[in-house]
Design a protein around this ligand. Structure first.
Ligand code: HEM
Length: 123
């Protein structure tokens, strides 16, 4: 199952927080300013944890609703929905970079399928 492959790949990834946000801020420089009040990193961690939770569990009603709700919340705080959706792909790219050889074509396919699934289910 694709979600099992994601769980296994995350063990090889470890903690990708630094790489994820480096990529986010490189792609969307204006966003960094909006994280300025996150001095402890708690908001960054919560965002990433939510994404992993959604990807590791099948896109059931709970995950789809969470993503749909956050997409609306983010729209009002300045992250348009195309940018919001990009975050999932940024997380994938950062995890691929960290996993190195442990990231197989099957891993890549599982991530892509699961991201497409959650995005489609949450629109
Ligand atoms: C590139 C896309 C994204 C940007 C630029 C972004 C930006 C932000 C910012 C600036 C905050 C802090 C808001 C504040 O000041 O209170 C935040 C909080 C948060 N984000 Fe994101 N976000 C993105 C994608 C996502 C995604 C995909 C998820 C989860 C599916 C998510 C989940 C959260 C959560 C749970 C919080 C903290 C609680 C909340 O405000 O709801 N974010 N995000």
């Amino acid at each position: 199952m694709s979600d099992d492959l994601i769980t296994v790949s995350l063990e090889a990834v470890g903690d990708p927080t630094a790489e994820v946000y480096a990529r986010l801020f490189a792609q969307f420089p204006d966003v960094e300013e909006r994280f300025r009040r996150d001095t402890t990193g708690a908001i960054k961690a919560e965002m990433l944890t939510m994404v992993f939770d959604c990807l590791m569990n099948p896109a059931g009603p709970y995950q789809a609703n969470v993503v749909r709700t956050e997409r609306v919340n983010h729209d009002s705080s300045g992250a348009a929905s195309e940018i919001f959706d990009r975050f999932f792909w940024i997380v994938r790219d950062a995890c691929r970079e960290r996993a190195g050889e442990a990231w197989t074509p099957a891993t890549e396919a599982a991530w892509t399928a699961q991201i497409e699934r959650i995005l489609a289910a949450s629109r």
